[in-house]
Structures are given as structure tokens and as C-alpha cells.
Ligand binder design. Structure first.
Ligand SMILES: *Cc1c(COP(=O)(O)O)cnc(C)c1O
Length: 402
């Protein structure tokens, strides 16, 4: 990071004056917590005993044989609650407690971040309010129930598009009003500084573990590390410890949806432009007048109009190669891993696998490390709906016969 809060020209904190004191306080808390051995011990304790770390780095033997390279899966799907999101939620909840806050709030789209925050709040006995667009509340009933069972209050937001964007604005409004008692747990490496750094601090354990594990198993660094990119937290989490190793290829995969030309996608680095959105400067899907475009992804965690500012920096510097995968290939990847390894991958993570499957010749005989960011049980209804479409159904039956 160069100028404080910036990654090259990206990042910063573009927020109203009223929010600045809260961001300064958070920056301070992060700085002292990082240096405090008792905080690091507490974090280690919960990551190990509660989340279940270290997660395995699993050599996917059957899949590797079919693909022609060695595929290792970093099993974040085995984290408590089924994805890497608990790392950030729990880390920030611990920080909130350290800051003597009694209440945490968060925004959520599909509900995955909301469930992670409600879980952490329950564990640490913090009050919890989750803002969620009213349409999302309707669509995601089971996650709403999950949050409520965990003791959180789910607050539907009826303003604007009744989705994630408006839920974020409402959460920020709550934070400004209640900042003495409340911490806002932002869900990914996004938003105004220090959030991108704060979230990275909690998720980079993924890459630190993976680096040690691959060295033990292969006696060398991997040729490539690949992850899907929504806001960018699971990707930064696994990339960060490898950034300085120039021989390790880093690949980020965005949601290609129904194809770039269709406009129905969330591939910010394909057609996005630099802009300021929700407190930070980054690549944004916007029209020529700067209006935020509607995005689409088959994977709810990748469906967002902007991306963490550090990714924009890594894109322009060329250190990370950003690409995309389209829905049909994503479904194939989901079925492939389920069938070959007995592991149902989240549709988000399936994007990374889909790219590898499509480009397998480029990786021949290499060692490739894929961040399996979450489990795919949550996506079963979506997948079943899709495989009832003719083409994919035929492939699926063929693979059943083998
Ligand atoms: C939320 C989510 C993502 C996308 O978020 P990032 O911040 O880009 O990691 C990816 N995978 C899973 C399983 C998720 O739940």
C-alpha cells in the first residue's frame, strides 16, 4: 500500500464528514490490535477451536487425473458455517468487543454474510441487526430464519431497489447514529479505508496456511493460485502471501453470467470503469453517466457492481490476471467436482474451477492451488433447476453412466 488508505490510485475513504470519526476509531483499533499479542492469541483460539482451522489443503486426485495437472483445494468449505466469510465476521466481532461496542450491524444480499455475522454475534453475546433489501428478504427465507434463530434482528430495507445497495446505505445510516455503541461489520475487502485492510488482516490466514501446506506436500511453491472474485476477500486471502513471489501465477475469476456481450454479468474488469462507489475508488459497472448498472450472477456472492480497490490495483499492475467464467461452464464445474471428489463446491468457487477446466491445457503438469471458498449445498436448488435444461441434463446422464 502506498499513500495511506490507497492501493496506487485506488481505495481511499470517500464518505460524509459524519462518518470520519468512526473510521478513525476503527483504524486506531486495528493498529493496536494487530500489535497486541493477547488479541492475536484470542483470534487464533477462535479460528482453531470454533472455525476449525487450519483447513486442509486437499489433493484432488481424481479431478487431477482428468484435468492433466495437480489440483489442490484449499478447503474453506469446511469452515464453520460453510465458507470463509466467518473469518472476517468473527475477527471484526472480536475487534468490536475489544472496542467496548455492545452491538454489531451488517448488510447482507443473499444472506451469507448476515448468517456469518449473526453467528459471531451469538458466540460473543453482542446485539446484532442485519440490514437486508426487502426483495432479498423474500427470496432468501431460510437464511432469514437462520439469522433469527441465532438471535439477530433482520431489518428489511424497502427503499430504492430493495436489494444489497440500499441495505448498505441503511447500515451506514445506523452506524453514524449509534457509533458509540455499534460496530459496522462490512462483508468483504471493500468500502472506505480501513475496511479493505481490516478484512484482509482476517482472511489472509487462508494464504499463509496454504503456503506452508503446499511446501510440505510438493516441496515447492505452486505454479498458479486461483480464486473467484466477488468483493474479493477469499481471493485476497489466498493471494496476499504469494504476491511477492513473481513465479506464482495469480488468477481471479469473476462472474461472466450469460456472457459479456449479453450485459448480464458481474465482470467488473471486462466492462467496468474506474469510479467512486460506496466510499472507495475502484472499478465499477456503470453507464456513461456514472449510474450503477444492474448486475447478474448465478452465484449470489459474486453479484456486485464493484470490487475491492486492491484488486483494481493488482489488475492495472498486471500482477493478477482477471478473467471470468460463464454460467453453463460453472454448472459443469459444480457437477464435475461433486462427481469426481464427492465435494459440492459453492457456485462462487465453481467459477474458478470452470476457468481451469476450460483452459486445462495451459496448466499441463503444473501444480495449481484453488481456493474452495465455500460449500455448495446452498446452491442445490439453483443447480437442479439448471440441469433440467436439456443440454446440461444430457451431459449429466452420460456422466452417471460411467
Ligand atoms: C461471499 C462469497 C464469495 C464472494 O465474496 P469474496 O469477498 O469475493 O470472497 C465467494 N465464495 C463464497 C462461498 C461466498 O460465500
Amino acid at each position: 500500500m502506498g499513500k495511506k488508505g490507497y492501493y496506487g490510485k485506488f481505495g481511499g475513504r470517500f464518505v460524509p464528514e459524519t462518518l470520519m470519526p468512526a473510521l478513525y476509531e476503527l483504524e486506531d483499533a486495528l493498529r493496536t490490535a494487530r500489535r497486541d499479542i493477547s488479541f492475536r492469541k484470542e483470534l487464533d483460539y477462535y479460528f482453531k477451536e470454533y472455525v476449525g482451522r487450519p483447513t486442509p489443503l486437499y489433493y484432488a486426485r481424481n479431478a487431477s487425473k482428468k484435468l492433466g495437472f495437480k489440483l489442490y483445494l484449499k478447503r474453506e468449505d469446511l469452515c464453520h458455517t460453510g465458507a470463509h466469510k466467518i473469518l472476517n465476521a468473527l475477527g471484526q466481532a472480536l475487534l468490536a468487543r475489544r472496542m467496548n461496542k455492545i452491538r454489531v450491524i451488517a448488510e447482507t444480499g443473499a444472506g451469507q454474510h448476515g448468517v456469518a455475522v449473526a453467528t459471531a454475534a451469538s458466540l460473543l453475546a453482542l446485539q446484532c441487526v442485519i440490514y437486508m433489501g426487502a426483495d432479498d428478504v423474500e427470496r432468501q427465507k431460510t437464511n432469514v430464519m437462520r439469522m433469527e434463530i441465532l438471535g439477530a434482528k433482520v431489518q428489511p430495507v424497502t427503499k430504492g431497489t430493495r436489494t444489497l445497495k440500499d441495505a448498505i446505505n441503511e447500515a451506514l445510516r445506523d452506524w453514524v447514529t449509534n457509533v458509540t455503541t455499534t460496530h459496522y461489520i462490512l462483508g468483504t475487502v471493500f468500502g472506505p479505508y480501513p475496511y479493505p485492510e481490516l478484512v484482509k488482516y482476517f482472511v489472509s490466514i487462508i494464504g499463509r496456511e496454504a503456503k506452508k501446506q503446499i511446501l510440505r506436500k510438493e516441496g515447492k511453491m505452486p505454479d498458479a493460485v486461483i480464486a473467484c472474485v466477488g468483493g474479493g476477500s477469499n481471493a485476497i486471502g489466498i493471494f496476499f502471501p504469494f504476491l511477492k513471489m513473481k513465479n506464482v501465477k495469480l488468477i481471479g475469476v469473476e462472474a461472466g453470467g450469460e456472457g459479456i456481450a449479453s450485459g448480464r454479468h458481474a465482470a467488473r474488469f471486462q466492462t467496468g470503469k474506474v469510479g467512486i462507489f460506496q466510499g472507495t475508488k475502484s472499478y465499477v459497472l456503470q453507464n456513461e453517466w456514472g449510474q450503477i448498472l444492474d448486475t447478474y450472477s448465478i452465484a449470489p456472492g459474486l453479484d456486485y457492481a464493484s470490487v475491492g480497490p486492491e484488486h483494481s490495483f493488482l489488475f492495472e499492475s498486471g500482477r493478477v490476471h482477471y478473467t471470468y467464467a460463464e454460467d453453463d461452464k460453472v454448472i459443469e464445474a459444480y457437477l464435475f467436482l461433486s462427481r469426481e471428489e464427492g465435494i459440492l463446491p459453492a457456485l462462487e468457487s465453481s467459477h474458478a474451477l470452470a476457468f481451469l477446466m476450460k483452459n486445462k491445457r495451459d496448466f499441463e503438469d503444473q501444480v495449481v492451488l484453488l481456493n474452495l471458498s465455500g460449500r455448495g449445498d446452498k446452491d442445490l436448488p439453483t443447480v437442479l433447476r439448471r440441469i433440467s435444461e436439456d443440454g446440461i441434463k444430457r451431459d449429466f446422464r452420460d456422466s452417471q453412466k460411467k
